[in-house]
Design a protein around this ligand. Structure first.
Ligand code: PLP
Length: 339
């Protein structure tokens, strides 16, 4: 790993030494398998390929200046993986299995954990797929749960620098009573067209409105949305939003900073009342937003007019990163230290 420039590492796939896998067959989870292959051998009629039985997670592991390895809030990810599996009728990996495989894959790839100070981390990608065959539309009888890892840099090339976001009306990432609350590939398939179009039109990402009335802010592609108004942290509540663990952590950090927190429907008209806005998620942590453009009306909302992220977003970003990297006291017990 001597030749890696940790400071310019992109957020992308990176080949590492090992991944871990476990099959669910005949009603039970089997033994953990360690693999050096980047490929899986899959049945041509697997339900993951035909009917979208696929759920994933994304989490980060940090090496602190004290040399310790920290995993951030793993149990939240493990429980959300179970919820996603239940949501699309897949077998749920038990929490203990998740933990054991996670620790194994981190230790096996220890040399790929970036050193502190470059804004890089080891990204963990847990994945559950329907691997058993069906031709009729039915849940599979066999599932594969696996975790692969890779070092990553910031999600948006801007890092902790303000980005432009496009507010759109003509695409929905999920239906009002659909699968938005589950971390499943299908929601991402639905978001690819508007996301690629937004990039072509010069934006970092899209901001979706609620799919029923097109009145409320939903979320930003792969990240939740929040706004700061005075001393209040406001983030949309809706059952189509994926419950971000970063957002949950920021709500706690806001409370710890003495702020008020509101989790409620947010009308798009409120965009003009916010002092600061941002997108949040494991990959992006916080991406401050400097401009939101409504693609239909051309209306623009501007923030960070001095070109810098707002003071509250900055404080929250530094606090969250500080906890994850072991620089700030972890008073809520969010980190698991891997010995
Ligand atoms: C994963 C994800 C997020 C971010 O959630 P975190 O738990 O903070 O990583 C936000 N929105 C969607 C649609 C996601 O899939």
């Amino acid at each position: 790993m001597e030749n890696i420039d940790w400071g310019t590492l992109p957020f992308g796939y990176f080949k590492t030494d090992y991944n871990v896998r476990c099959y669910y067959r005949n009603g039970k989870w089997g033994d953990i398998e360690i693999s050096q292959s980047e490929y899986i051998n899959i049945h041509i009629a697997a339900t993951a390929l035909h009917y979208g039985q696929e759920a994933f997670e994304g989490m980060k592991v940090f090496r602190g200046k004290d040399g310790k390895i920290r995993v951030f809030r793993w149990e939240e990810n493990a429980k959300r993986m179970q919820k996603s599996c239940r949501g699309i009728m897949m077998a749920e990996p038990p929490l203990e299995l998740f933990k054991e495989m996670m620790i194994k894959v981190i230790k096996l790839n220890e040399k790929h954990i970036p050193p502190p100070g470059h804004g890089a981390a080891l990204y963990l990608r847990p994945l559950t797929i329907g691997s058993g065959p069906q031709v009729g539309v039915k849940p599979a009888n066999e599932y594969l749960f696996m975790i692969f890892v890779g070092p990553v840099g910031p999600y948006f090339k801007e890092g902790f620098n303000p980005v432009d976001v496009q507010l759109i009306h003509d695409f929905d990432r999920t239906a009002p009573n659909g699968t938005g609350q589950y971390k499943v590939g299908g929601n991402y398939a639905a978001s690819l067209q508007p996301a690629e179009r937004a990039k072509k039109e010069g934006f970092a990402t899209v901001l979706f409105l609620d799919s029923k009335e097109n009145k409320y802010i939903d979320e930003a592609g792969p990240a939740n949305f929040f706004g700061i108004k005075g001393n209040t942290y406001i983030t949309p509540d809706s059952k189509t939003i994926l419950r971000s663990i970063t957002n949950k952590s920021l709500r706690q950090i806001a409370k710890d900073m003495g702020m008020k927190v509101e989790l409620r429907p947010v009308l798009k008209e409120e965009l003009k009342e916010f002092d600061e806005v941002g997108a949040c998620g494991t990959a992006a942590v916080i991406s401050p937003i400097k401009r939101i453009v409504d693609r239909d009306t051309g209306q623009e909302y501007k923030y960070c007019t001095d070109g810098k992220p707002g003071p509250i977003s900055t404080k929250m970003y530094q606090t969250l990163k500080g906890i994850q990297e072991g620089e700030i006291e972890d008073k809520h017990g969010w980190n698991l230290i891997i010995e």
